[in-house]
Design a protein around this ligand. Structure first.
Ligand code: KG4
Ligand code: ZN
Length: 336
């Protein structure tokens, strides 16, 4: 079964063909960071327009790279939400038109479900597992008991961790997206030069909060002086900030695994491509006999292969027909 996945929820126009829910035949992604980096963050109107410019070529390339024709596609899976309304609409309407023209079924997929199941693009993980989905829009902990069986354990009460990386980078005059830039800078910095606050909220809570950390960095940048009166470099600040974020993410993931009595964890979403987070999580969770795995960086950030694989499994559970295509609507705040 050939599934064409289409993803346009934020600032990546992506299409991918996945065969039988496991063989990735193509994975095409057209990014827009050069457009948004001018503004230090994603500009929704510009993102929607760029999706319109790219969607046709991206979908066409995905099918071509898979050595197929559009008529060979058996199912189209498209991100329905959550995301930027204008961006979602481009992918959804393109997918609707394609489904109509090809007379093929269309299934709407929750973007978060894509991130939660992205690990299956490279390995089959046994259920249940605890997933930390951490990106520019979300910082969520889920217990995953099977495809379609997700139980939310905790989420951010304010900023997402990726958003915090992006905003801190912007305050430091660094380009968007901030995550990869901060990670690179942090490699040469001293992560113990200053202690930024770690917000664990009340005891037992699996929720997150990153807005206090962001404000703390903002205030620190006014003088850059640590408690010993030493002026910190960008690299030091990046390293201290990154350590504060990873401490909280890994700490909460560990607590979630313990609470659920689950010994498998997956970290996914754009921030999961962060090497320091990966190393820290592996060290800390393995110490507690919890196995942790991560999708490859290309499957951590937004992509359509994860939408195709989620679509495949959802379709197996509840097949849809062409009629479904006309009822689908984009939902900017779609819940899982
Ligand atoms: O999953 P994603 O591609 O899009 C959303 O659904 O948001 O995640 C993008 C986010 C951005 O905030 C970006 O700064 C962050 O992931 N990110 C990183 C790294 N690579 C991307 N954050 C920290 N370290 C990285 N290496
Ligand atoms: Zn995402």
């Amino acid at each position: 079964m050939y599934v064409l996945g289409i993803e346009t929820s934020c600032d990546e126009t992506a299409a991918s063909v996945v065969k039988d829910g496991e063989h990735i035949l193509s994975n095409v992604i057209a990014g827009q960071s050069e457009i948004h980096s001018l503004y230090g963050g994603v500009v929704p109107e510009l993102a929607g327009r760029a999706h319109i410019d790219h969607i046709h070529a991206v979908a066409y390339s995905a099918v071509k790279e898979a050595s197929l024709k559009f008529s060979d596609i058996d199912l189209i899976a498209v991100t329905q939400g959550p995301g930027l309304a204008g961006s979602l609409l481009v992918g959804l309407n393109f997918a609707k038109g394609l489904a109509y023209a090809l007379k093929k079924p269309l299934i709407g997929i929750n973007h978060l479900e894509g991130h939660l199941t992205a690990i299956f693009l490279q390995e089959a993980v046994a259920f249940p597992y605890v997933a930390l989905s951490v990106s520019g829009g979300h910082t969520d902990l889920y217990r995953v008991d099977g495809f379609g069986h997700y139980n939310l354990l905790g989420q951010t009460r304010d900023d997402a961790a990726g958003e915090c990386f992006d905003k801190v980078a912007k305050m430091m005059g660094l380009p968007y997206p901030g995550g990869p830039v901060i990670e690179k800078l942090a490699k040469t910095g001293n992560s113990t030069a200053h202690n930024f606050p770690r917000s664990f909220l009340q005891k037992g809570s699996l929720d997150f909060s990153f807005s206090g950390l962001k404000t703390s960095v903002k205030n620190f940048l006014k003088t850059r002086l640590n408690r010993d009166g030493v002026k910190l470099s960008d690299a030091d600040i990046a390293a201290c900030f990154q350590t504060a974020v990873t401490d909280v993410l890994v700490g909460k993931l560990l607590s979630a695994c313990k609470q659920e009595g689950v010994c498998r964890a997956v970290i996914t979403g754009g921030v999961a491509s962060n090497g320091a987070l990966r190393q820290r999580a592996e060290k800390e969770l393995n110490r507690h006999s919890i196995n942790v795995c991560f999708p490859k960086p290309i499957f951590c950030t937004d992509n359509a292969a994860m939408i195709a694989i989620a679509g495949y499994h959802r379709y197996k559970e509840e097949p849809v027909d062409l009629k479904n295509a006309f009822e689908l609507d984009a939902v900017a705040s779609l819940v899982l």
